[in-house]
Design a protein. Structure first.
Length: 210
């Protein structure tokens, strides 16, 4: 089963990718990870990506797609995979098509902007040990203090309301149009917000017929 997980930042794509990858026994291909691996292993396309990264420029789509195609050709992807982090834009989706990379299903986790804002702006992180909490869903025993090491908790810049809103605006303008693109291909599956991780996994597996 070859899958893409779509959804706004904070919709739970990473969490679901991890669970579904274990349940279906297929790897999750995270663009960030394979990009770093290609650079580290100094593959020809990794070296090309490094030139852009060293110059502080965005790695162009054709290089990203080249790295993905290289990774998907490895033996562990023969039985399928979950692509996480790409495509983010219509040109990337078209480039994947041109590279002959096809998908059995594109699952979109449908979570409202209000819910995303609550989830992300409520997150608190311990800078010392990396533990994460949520002021409503998973609060620490003592407000503002890490249960594990007793250090003060803080809100990451990524989780501040203005940053969350900016990321959501980018998602709606650049990534959301992919839903129409994959719907036209007959592979789009919508999963409405389920309110819990387990219920979301169950709903995802249902739309996949698993």
């Amino acid at each position: 089963m070859k899958l893409i997980l779509l959804g706004a930042p904070g919709a739970g794509k990473g969490t679901q990718a991890e669970i579904i990858s274990k349940k279906l026994n297929i790897p999750t291909i995270s663009t960030g990870n394979i990009l770093r691996a290609a650079v580290k292993n100094q593959t020809p396309i990794g070296l090309k990506a490094k030139e852009y990264m060293d110059a502080g420029a965005l790695v162009p789509d054709e290089v990203i797609i080249g790295i993905i195609a290289e990774r998907l050709a490895e033996p562990d992807c023969e039985g399928g995979y979950i692509l996480d982090g790409v495509p983010r834009t219509l040109p990337q989706a078209e480039a994947l098509d041109q590279a002959g990379i096809r998908f059995d299903a594109v699952v979109s986790l449908e979570v409202s902007d209000e819910e995303i804002e609550q989830r992300m702006t409520g997150r608190r992180t311990c800078l010392k040990c990396g533990a994460t909490y949520h002021v409503v869903a998973a609060p620490p025993k003592v407000e503002g203090v890490c249960d594990k090491c007793g250090e003060a908790l803080s809100q990451r810049k990524d989780d501040k309301p203005e940053t969350v809103r900016a990321r959501l605006a980018t998602y709606h303008s650049e990534t959301e149009p992919l839903k129409g693109y994959y719907e036209a291909k007959g592979v789009l599956k919508l999963v409405p917000n389920q309110g819990s991780i387990d219920a979301t996994t169950k709903a995802v597996l249902e739309v996949l017929g698993k």
